[in-house]
Design a binder for this molecule. Sequence first.
Ligand code: GLY
Length: 306
Amino acid sequence: MLPVVVVHGGAGHVPKERAELSIAGMQEAARLGYAILKSGGTAMDAVVETVAMLENNPAFNAGRGSVLNLKGEVEMDALVMDGRTLACGAVSAVRRVANPIHLARLVMDKTSHVCLTAEGASQFARAMGIPEVPEESLITDYARKRWKDNLHKDANPVECQIGKMGTVGAVAVDVQGNIACATSTGGMINKMEGRVGDTPCIGCGGYADNQIGAVSPTGHGEAIMKIVLSRLILFHMEQGKSPKEASDMALAYMKERVSGLGGVVVVDPKGTWAARFSSQQMPWAAAQQEQLHYGMFHGEDFTEPV
Ligand code: GLY
């Protein structure tokens, strides 16, 4: 099987001054994921380490760089899923961990549960030897400024979603033909304390099944949850649609039915991949057959050697 990894850096609007950082972050992450796959690593290792790299990159809304809730604090959500066994793990509203995606993987590997939340997730992190980091180390000046700028704005209609979304994610197929997905986010800017978005909800914020494919989405979490976006895309693929067709159908449905904007990266078991979005922009990159594809605006597909 020819391995492939596809990553995204969040649907929404990327300000001009952050465009280069976003694309560079996507390229770096896809290269890391591809190197893991080429050296025989599993799809799960590839998506988790790729997403951890994006969590460590302050250009993205996940880990360090997460958006802030109404109180000016960081609460993060993350999910992993293994398409071979359908094993999955997630954390929601977790605080003071550098890499929620590693914690989500530990929930999958070390507990009999699927999702741990808030203080329980923090206790589990401590039990697993994951160090607690100061809240301030996760907060960037840019996130603090956006929080202040948005404090008194109405956060409802579709237009207001633009610029407020984020999330990072990855899907991969490894040389064994196994498939996995991972998604991580700081959520929606100026969300209520305790708000849980789509990201840690299986079928919404990601899904992986060796028999069908894998999806990692980004966008307006409440809309994604209402239509169970990831599993809806895989349902369309089960009905014979390609990853691209299935993604476009589901994203169009989300826009029409619940006025939601978003984006997805998708793979199928043959390694066919797609990066699609209904928002203005979504930075993405894909690595396969020694080629790196990337883009950010609709219709873009730049290519260079990995
Ligand atoms: N899709 C990320 C969120 O709404 O939390």
